[in-house]
Design a protein around this ligand. Structure first.
Ligand code: ARG
Length: 452
């Protein structure tokens, strides 16, 4: 890292603004001040710089924090700008701040320090979304709705079962982000340019001062690896993908009149006065595209980078910042939209048996009464061509089996299987939609959430 030392030689020219990360570094300004403070305290504790010089530097850093936020002296990046500002305030001794380090370990420490905070905020939004989904589930354990495969009516289910299906997915998103957090939370500081230093530094001490859980041991790894950025961006992108499915479902439900979004999460049309559109959820759906693009950009930037530090890394970070901002916002909006959506129980019930969605339950019933499932399937498939009531099932049974339906199954049971509420209630296998199974699932989900 020679940028600071040779400031005069590399002070400008036509590529100056191309080289500069000063604008993007606004994001790590506060982190850099903390990293500077920790480093200076450690240098003084180790006797590498005098206490009074350290004191002057710390005072200068405080003053810079108060006065110059957003109006730093010019520099190639925030690290150089802060150092220049320290030297302007206290003279050449300010340059002792950069003893036993490089901008390479410094920037890696700043990114990790700031990203920890951002990922925690993202994790909180995933937990809030889970809370919204659990509340919906608690309110709607018995609200029967149509369930789809291929977006065709498939089998009746409940709103609670639907909500818990997303809660389970978001729970894994939380877990992935927590894991990514653990690997962000290691200090690279003290790696210097990549090759360590002759000074008797204490890396554990700076890690402790910055609240890191440990250090990245190998100094070349510490200065150059950005897999923590990739992992975090991927975990965020996975969460955005979960959100996009959830958003799409609600958009479709709104289209069918199953839900009405709260005004806060809707938009209207500038021309069509009657419109109430689910724009927020369409934007949530779109964020998955941005996030996937950022993963791609970041991966491509990192791919094939040689050891140790390369300036490409300056552009890598931006992908992660953009992703964490967009996905956190999308997650927050999704949580709010889900929490405030109004479920239209009547239209859900009215559509629950559309498209003979109880057919599988009828086939299950015939199979439970001794028919091979494949034959039962055949009977009900034939019935479906004629209608979706007991008459159709009776006629089909007669045709296929050449005996009356009632000779092997109680018609009252068939009537029950044709009823969407009964149909849901009978599917009480573990994790299934029957209210009892859903309530058990809900209890576990609440306990897991409390521990996250
Ligand atoms: N602004 C740079 C970055 O974001 C800081 C490190 C510069 N180091 C260097 N050797 N030029 O990565």
């Amino acid at each position: 890292d020679e940028g600071v030392v040779r400031r005069d030689r590399f002070s400008g020219g036509p590529a100056r603004s191309f080289l500069s990360s000063l604008e993007a570094d606004e994001r790590i300004f506060a982190a850099d001040l903390e990293v500077d403070r920790a480093h200076v305290v450690m240098l003084a504790e180790q006797g590498i710089i005098d206490d009074d010089v350290a004191g002057d530097i710390l005072t200068a850093l405080d003053a810079i924090e108060v006065d110059s936020h957003g109006s730093l002296p010019d520099g190639e990046d925030v690290h150089e700008a802060i150092e220049t500002a320290v030297i302007e305030r206290i003279g050449a001794d300010g340059g002792k701040m950069h003893t036993a380090r490089s901008r390479n370990d410094e920037v890696a420490a700043c990114i990790r320090y700031r990203l920890r905070e951002d990922v925690l905020a993202a994790i909180e939004t995933t937990v809030a979304l889970r809370e919204s989904l659990l509340d919906v589930a608690a309110d709607h354990a018995e609200t029967v709705m149509p369930g789809y495969t291929h977006l065709q009516p498939a089998q009746p289910t409940t709103v609670a079962h639907w909500a818990l299906s997303y809660e389970g997915a978001v729970r894994r998103d939380t877990a992935r982000l927590l894991e990514a957090y653990d690997r962000i939370d290691e200090s690279p500081l003290g790696a210097a340019a990549f090759a360590g230093t002759t000074f008797d530094i204490d890396r554990e001490r700076t890690a402790e001062l910055l609240g890191f859980d440990g250090i990245v041991e190998n100094s070349m790894d510490a200065a150059s690896s950005r897999d923590f950025l990739l992992e975090t961006t991927q975990a965020l992108s996975t969460h955005a993908t979960t959100l996009s499915g959830l958003a799409e479902d609600v958009v479709i439900f709104a289209n069918r009149g199953f839900v009405s979004l709260a005004d806060d999460y809707s938009s209207t049309s500038s021309i069509m006065p009657q419109k109430k559109n689910p724009d927020t959820l369409e934007l949530v759906r779109a964020v998955a595209g941005d996030a996937a693009g950022n993963v791609q950009g970041l991966t491509t930037t990192l791919k094939g980078l040689p050891r140790a530090y390369n300036r490409d890394l300056q552009r890598a970070t931006t992908h992660a910042w953009k992703t964490v901002d967009a996905v956190t916002e999308a997650s927050e909006v999704a949580a709010g939209a889900v929490a405030t959506v109004d479920w239209n129980e009547e239209s859900l019930a009215a559509e629950a048996d559309a498209g003979f969605s109880t057919a599988t339950g009828v086939a299950d019933l015939l199979a439970a009464n001794g028919l091979p499932f494949r034959t039962a399937h055949e009977v009900v498939a034939l019935a479906a061509e004629r209608g979706s009531d007991i008459d159709a099932v009776e006629a089909a049974a007669q045709d296929v089996l050449e005996e009356p339906l009632k000779s092997f199954v109680d018609p009252a049971d068939v009537e029950a299987a044709l009823d969407p509420t009964e149909s849901v209630g009978s599917r009480d296998s573990r994790g299934g939609p029957a209210p009892g199974a859903v309530t058990a699932n809900l209890e576990t989900a609440r306990q897991v959430r409390e521990n996250d």
